[in-house]
Design a protein around this ligand. Structure first.
Ligand SMILES: [Zn+2]
Ligand SMILES: [Zn+2]
Length: 96
C-alpha cells in the first residue's frame, strides 16, 4: 500500500514518492508541486540549500551556478545539462 500525505499548502493528497519534499525542523512535508513547496518554504523556512533552482525540462534540482543556463524573456533559467538546454530552446513556450 502506498502511503499518502497531505500537501499542507493546497490540501491535495500526494504520494511519499513525490520529488517535492521539504524537511522543516525534523518534520518531513510532501507537496504536489515545486510551486507549493516554495510557497510553504517562503513561510516556514527550510533546510533546502539556497542557490538551487529547478530544471524546467526534466524537473531536476540544479545549482544556480550551473553553466547550462539561458535568459528567456526576463527569467534566468538553469538546466542540468546541455541536452536539456537544447530541448528547451526547441520549444521554450512549453516549459515556462
Ligand atoms: Zn499543492
Ligand atoms: Zn535536465
Amino acid at each position: 500500500m502506498d502511503k499518502t500525505y497531505t500537501d499542507p499548502v493546497c490540501g491535495m493528497s500526494v504520494g511519499a514518492d513525490t520529488p517535492h519534499q521539504l524537511e522543516v525542523e525534523g518534520e518531513q512535508y510532501y507537496f504536489c508541486s515545486d510551486k507549493c513547496l516554495q510557497q510553504f518554504e517562503a513561510k516556514h523556512g527550510g533546510s533546502r540549500e539556497s542557490g538551487q533552482t529547478t530544471d524546467p525540462v526534466c524537473g531536476m534540482t540544479v545549482p544556480m551556478d550551473s553553466k547550462h543556463h539561458t535568459t528567456y524573456k526576463t527569467k534566468e533559467l538553469y538546466f542540468c545539462s546541455a541536452s536539456c538546454l537544447k530541448t528547451f530552446n526547441k520549444a521554450p513556450d512549453s516549459y515556462v
